[in-house]
Design a protein around this ligand. Structure first.
Ligand code: ZN
Length: 140
């Protein structure tokens, strides 16, 4: 069965293990509606700097190898309307590194991995043990 996940992030999305007590609890609320994934870099690192704008878009930068991962970007989704091209970006809680969980929901008549209807994202900072929802957006 094909994994339902947008193309730009598919290489960085992994199933959430039951031992992942922070993100595993999200399955109870969201697991039956869409797909939940933990974000992991190709270098295996799970801690990222988070960059957002109010568009919204969301990007993660690996704290180990500095690779940039697109978490959420409206221009890739067929049902999304992009109103403007540029919005000021800001580093979310600058100086902090987060573990990241992404959620993608698809319409019943989905036509491909980029055809999402909504998305959400959570970040967890291990040192403070704070879990924050940084993204919750409907594309359609
Ligand atoms: Zn990396």
């Amino acid at each position: 069965m094909m994994k339902k996940v947008p193309e730009h992030i598919k290489d960085f999305c992994f199933d959430i293990s039951t031992e992942d007590t922070v993100f595993d609890v999200l399955k109870e609320t969201y697991g039956s509606y869409g797909e939940l994934y933990k974000v992991k870099c190709t270098c295996n690192c799970v801690l990222f700097e988070l960059t957002l704008d109010d568009h919204p878009t969301a990007y993660a930068k690996c704290s180990a190898c500095q690779k940039e991962i697109i978490l959420y970007e409206l221009e890739f989704y067929p049902s999304a309307i992009k109103l403007r091209d540029t919005f000021p970006q800001y580093t979310f809680r600058n100086g902090n590194f987060f573990e990241i969980c992404m959620y993608f929901e698809y319409p019943d008549d989905w036509e491909g991995n980029n055809d999402i209807s909504s998305a959400a994202g959570w970040c967890y900072e291990p040192s403070s043990q704070v879990l924050i929802e940084f993204l919750n957006d409907e594309t359609a």
